[in-house]
Write a new protein. Structure first.
Length: 379
């Protein structure tokens, strides 16, 4: 849903009814993830996608039907058919379930409020009932702001408390996900499947070392949606003019800055200095923090020496195994730009637990939801 938040916000503010088709379950190589949506207004305008093109026409027609007839929410499944080559389905071989419902913004002002929060860049979650009692199907509840203010209704205080708690947890993790609620006397008597759409603040990429590689990596990191910080103790190198793609450039000793700045379980720490006086105190701290990724640039000889120094500094083995060094995937990179792609590729693979091997060599689903690492250009 939030993939088309900008347009939905306009339609809601104009009190324009629309049909919303949301991917609520995928299997196999379905091209788009759970939570992705397509919407159609009364004039036939469409925005978004649920399949990247395979079944858009059928979903569009279903949206128009639900919107014009004011029908209750309905679910449809699309998959590949070996028996009928002309059947509507996914050519990629996967399957997806789509929930289609009519949205009247005047009846759901909390949805407009949630979309306003998204537009303002504030953390927001929309809990969406995708399976359960017929009278609750399609209902939404918004959880907005850092304090988790709740608006909307999903039918009963007990349910709403439980749904809100789940939405807050996923919002903190920055993850859209499906949760199962109820089915027992202590929560709610009937079982609900709730899809929580989240718009979290951008994850952070902390780049230490104001070098040419940092300039290229800051551009790639920002492209991937990270809030990028470049930090270096040398003021002559740590300047905004040298790193125009970074959200901020900090002049400070790396370990001192890392010790006071905010990090979380999505933060990527990239150490590009390969200078022991900076690296060792920085990595000693970084490997202790609950961040997503810690990588350090350097040759294999530099890496071996760095590990010795970290052991001497008292870094335990269970922390050392978290270190990605030499940083990046083996793409045969040479230039700063190629190296930045190599580092970013490793971060993406690590985030999604991908093996980093060519898809040509692998089998099974392409979309799911560790590897050798040598960047030849590292010093």
């Amino acid at each position: 849903m939030l993939n088309i938040a900008d347009t939905l916000r306009i339609w809601c503010r104009e009190a324009r009814p629309f049909a919303l088709a949301t991917v609520v379950q995928v299997s196999g190589s379905a091209p788009l993830p759970v939570g992705t949506a397509l919407a159609v207004d009364a004039d036939g305008n469409a925005v978004g996608s649920v399949s990247g093109g395979c079944v858009e026409g059928a979903v569009y027609e279903l949206c128009q039907q639900v919107l014009k007839a004011d029908e209750p929410p309905t679910r449809a499944r699309f998959g590949y058919s070996d028996d009928d080559a002309f059947a509507i389905g996914l050519t990629c071989g996967g399957e997806l379930d789509v929930l289609v419902q009519r949205i009247n913004p005047t009846e759901q002002p909390h949805l407009t409020a949630a979309l306003d929060e998204v537009a303002a860049g504030r953390p927001t979650a929309v809990a969406h009932i995708i399976d359960g009692p017929e009278e609750l199907l399609g209902r939404t509840l918004g959880v907005t702001g850092d304090a988790g203010t709740r608006e909307g209704s999903v039918g009963g205080e007990d349910w709403e408390d439980t749904v809100t708690a789940q939405a807050r947890a996923l919002l903190r993790a920055g993850r859209t996900g499906r949760v199962e609620i109820g089915g027992d006397a202590t929560t709610c008597p009937e079982r609900l499947s709730v899809l929580v759409h989240t718009h979290a603040v951008r994850p952070r990429m902390l780049i230490f070392g104001a070098v040419d590689f940092a300039g290229a990596l800051s551009e790639v990191g920002r492209f991937l949606g990270y809030r990028v910080t470049v930090c270096d103790a040398r003021p002559v190198f740590a300047t905004p003019a040298r790193f125009p793609h970074a959200d901020e450039v900090v002049t400070d000793w790396p370990h001192r800055y890392l010790g006071v700045t905010e990090v979380d379980a999505r933060t990527a720490v990239c150490v590009l200095t390969h200078d022991a006086k900076f690296d060792i105190p920085l990595l000693r701290l970084a490997l202790h923090l609950p961040v997503a990724y810690v990588g350090a640039m350097g040759s294999r000889r530099t890496h071996t020496h760095r590990l010795e120094l970290l052991r001497e500094a008292g870094v335990p083995k269970e922390h050392l195994i978290r270190l990605r060094s030499p940083i990046g995937l083996d793409l045969g990179a040479h230039t700063p730009e190629e190296t930045a792609i190599s580092i970013a590729a490793e971060i993406v693979a690590h985030t999604h637990q991908g093996p980093g091997t060519p898809l040509t060599w692998s089998t099974g689903p392409i979309h799911r939801g560790t590897t050798r690492s040598m960047v030849s250009s590292q010093a």
